[in-house]
Design a protein around this ligand. Structure first.
Ligand code: ADP
Ligand code: MG
Length: 338
């Protein structure tokens, strides 16, 4: 039997079949498979941006995750894909597969979901409910004008590369949960880590902050953007691949939170920042002339935005730590990796 190596091969070989551009354009499809979301032409002024993400129990969140956090995260990861396109979210649908109809669980799940929906003033407009192993799929839609959409494919040589927030926190949060389960709550890596720091790291895993407002402000000038769901290296690689360029990363500039820098994981914090998934921060590219604008956006929104490197011509991503080449030890998350 033959098995493909990754979800990307599956998508590419069996589902990315809209090769006929003229049909796509006639049907109003501006962007199909291959970016954080699809873009559909609905009016002259604004384009419809649509994305879908699924969370499976035990894969996308540990089975012990609180129902509130599952509802919150399911919507947050979808909002993050719209943020990466620069779209303003508008509505969503919810396909829910439940093992049972536990009303306490459903109460908490829906509170988590609607806390975020109300914050962004977006409406749940439909869905589907079925019985089976817990799985949550959300389809989300938003709008943006065509000239400001951020694709993965627009990076230009010499652009600066930025990331929002901090990297590696969610990966550290997952390690904390896994370690405490394996070691019966005696966690050798976190003996010196305060309860507050542990709580912070786990909360970054369970309640990612979708950077919708950042996306709405950088879309005016950013050349390319992606949200970091599978790790910085893996997701930046989508930008460099589709933009036909490479990148230099200054590892010492990666934004690492105080809490993460206090941990003593086997995986160094640099590895977590480069390759752990689930941070849902934005990675975007912009010309050097926008650095002051970016600083103002960061100050106004109170969201760290850090320059981590540059787009270059050579077709690879090269990391440097204090001017020496740094070879990352891990690779990003892939669903079907053997
Ligand atoms: P993201 O991590 O931003 O959600 P993915 O890596 O999951 O994006 O998907 C890459 C691209 O492939 C996206 O454009 C997505 O819409 C598309 N895609 C994923 N699965 C399928 C599928 N089963 N059929 C069609 N398109 C898909
Ligand atoms: Mg994405």
């Amino acid at each position: 039997m033959t098995y493909l190596q990754s979800e990307f091969q599956v998508i590419q070989r069996y589902f990315n079949q809209n090769k006929d551009c003229s049909t796509s354009i006639n049907q109003g499809i501006i962007k199909g498979i291959g970016d954080d979301a699809a873009v559909i032409n609905v009016s002259e002024q604004s384009k419809l941006v649509v994305s879908m993400d699924t969370l499976i129990s035990g894969v996308h969140f540990p089975e012990i995750t609180e129902a509130f956090d599952i509802g919150y995260k399911a919507l947050a990861v979808n909002l993050s894909d719209l943020a990466a396109m620069g779209a303003s979210p508008s509505w969503f649908t919810l396909a829910l597969t439940l093992p049972d109809t536990n009303s306490a669980w459903l109460n908490d799940f829906s509170r988590g979901l609607f806390e975020l929906a109300e914050h962004y003033k977006i409406a749940l407009v439909g869905g589907d409910t079925t019985k089976g192993p817990l799985s949550i799929t959300i389809q989300i839609a938003g709008y943006v004008s065509e000239d400001t959409i951020m694709y993965r494919s627009g990076a230009q040589i010499d652009d600066d590369i930025y990331v929002t927030g901090y990297l590696g926190d969610a990966g550290a949060g997952l390690s904390l949960i896994n370690n405490s389960l394996i070691n019966n709550n005696v966690n050798r890596d976190t003996v010196n880590l305060s309860d507050a720091a542990q709580h912070y790291l786990v909360s970054r895993l369970n309640r990612p902050s979708p950077r919708v407002s950042v996306g709405e402000l950088i879309r005016e000038f950013s050349t390319a953007c992606i949200d970091i769901s599978d790790g910085l290296m893996a997701d930046l690689n989508h930008i460099t691949d589709l933009s036909h360029c490479g990148a230099l990363i200054n590892v010492e500039n990666l934004p690492i939170s105080n809490e993460l820098s206090q941990t003593k994981f086997d995986d160094s914090n640099i590895e977590l920042a480069l390759n752990s998934g689930d941070d849902y921060e934005l990675c975007f590219c912009a010309s050097d002339k926008f650095k002051n604008t970016i600083k103002k956006i960061s100050d106004n929104l109170d969201v760290p935005i850090t320059k981590i490197g540059k787009i270059v011509q050579e077709n690879s991503i090269q990391c440097y730590l204090n001017n020496n080449i740094y070879e990352p030890k891990n690779t990003g998350y892939e669903h079907f990796k053997p």
